[in-house]
Ligand binder design. Structure first.
Ligand code: ZN
Length: 142
């Protein structure tokens, strides 16, 4: 369990220094997400080579948790296959909603998102990037 201080620190670090932020002109998969409760907006861009995600970026605006979660996502899905990304997406979703899941290592930034569970009103903020990813992956399965 990540303590409160650490969780805030990691989230703020990603918020102030987002990884891979900005449009990706040659993305072949994109989706937009919104969390009207908080006013968070997000566009997720993926570029795949065959089944593998070779580039991931996001653009958007909103609260620190929504933007930090998107930043962590773009970092985490790089190099994964779409199938692996789906597994990761389900794992993060389970963590945020309190469902059984394989926990993330403490040194994995994604573990910081678990702290959001203690703030039910912010869970949708943290989930936004991951539900947007889920939308992209869902399109691929059809
Ligand atoms: Zn938010």
């Amino acid at each position: 369990m990540v303590d409160d201080e650490l969780y805030r620190e990691i989230i703020l670090e990603h918020y102030h220094h987002p990884r891979y932020k900005g449009a990706l002109p040659d993305a072949n998969l994109t989706a937009e997400g919104m969390n009207p409760l908080c006013g968070d907006e997000l566009t997720l861009y993926l570029k795949t080579d065959g089944d593998r995600i070779v580039e991931a970026r996001f653009d958007g605006r909103g609260c620190s948790i929504s933007q930090a979660s998107a930043s962590m996502l773009t970092e985490a899905v790089r190099g994964l296959t779409l199938h692996e990304a789906k597994g990761l997406q389900e794992r993060v979703k389970a963590m945020l909603t309190g469902a059984p899941h394989e926990p993330f290592d403490e040194d994995d930034d994604l573990s910081a998102l678990e702290g959001v569970k203690n703030y039910p009103v912010r869970i949708k903020c943290a989930l936004l990037a991951w539900t947007t990813l889920g939308e992209i992956l869902g399109q691929q399965e059809e």
